[in-house]
Design a protein around this ligand. Sequence first.
Ligand code: HEM
Length: 236
Amino acid sequence: MNALSCKLCSFWSSSIGKKTVVALTGIVLLLFLPGHLIGNLLFFLGPDSINAYGIFLHELGHGAVIWIARFTLLACLIAHVVATIQLVRQNKAARETQYACKATVTATRSSRLMIWSGLTILFFIIFHILHYTVRIAYDFDGPAFQTMLDGHQTLNIHQMMLVGFSNGPVTIFYIIAITCLCSHLSHGVSSVFQTLGLRTEKSASAITAFGNLYAFAIWAGFLSMPIAILFFGVGK
Ligand code: HEM
C-alpha cells in the first residue's frame, strides 16, 4: 500500500474523515437540487419548454454530460449513505458516553430524525429513478409519450409528469418524501457548515435561517408540480 492510499484509509476510518465525506458529498447533492428544480419548473411554461429542456440535457456534450452528472450523483449518494451508516455504527458503540448529558441526547434525537428522513429519501430516489429515468411504471417509451418538437420525435416529459402525478398514491408518496427531504435539508445545511468549521456562534443563526429558507424553497418548488396536477388539473 503506498503512502497516499494509507493516508486515504486512515482519513476514511476516522470519524472526522467520514463526517467530511458526508459534508462534501452533501454539498454536491445540495447543489444538484436547485438545478433539477429549475428545469422541472419549466413544466408550467408548457410541453414545448420542458420537452426542449429534456432534449438539451440529453444532447449536451454529445450526451456525455448527463452521464457524467449521473455517475457523479450516484457516487456522491453512495459515499454519503455509506459514511453515514458507518458513523451511526460508531455512535452506537459510543452510546453510553452519549447519554451522559442532555445536549448529546438532543443531538441523538436530531441525528435519528436525519437517519429516518435520509432512508425515506433514499427509497424515494430509487422509486423516482425507476419511475422517470428507467420508466418501468408506465409505457413511457410507447407512442402515447412521444411528441414532435422542431421536426424531431422526442420523449414527452410533460405528458409523463401529467400521467405520473394524476395517480393519487404516487403523488401522496412524492409529497411525503419531499417533506422528509426538506426536514433533512434544513438540518443538513447547518451540519455541513458545522463539519467544515464554518459555523461560529456569530454566524449560527444566519446559517440556520439560510438552511430553513433553502429547504422551504426546495419543498415549495418540488411540491408545486404534483399538487398543481393532482389537485388543480394544471397542464391537462
Ligand atoms: C416534482 C418533483 C420531481 C419531478 C417532476 C422530477 C422529474 C424528473 C425527471 C423527468 C427525471 C428524468 C430525467 C431524464 O432522465 O430525462 C428525473 C431524474 C432524477 N431526479 Fe427528479 N424530479 C422530481 C424530484 C426530485 C427530487 C426531490 C430528487 C432528489 C431527492 C430528484 C432526483 C432525481 C435524480 C437523482 C434523477 C436521475 C438523474 C437522471 O436521470 O439524469 N428528483 N427527475
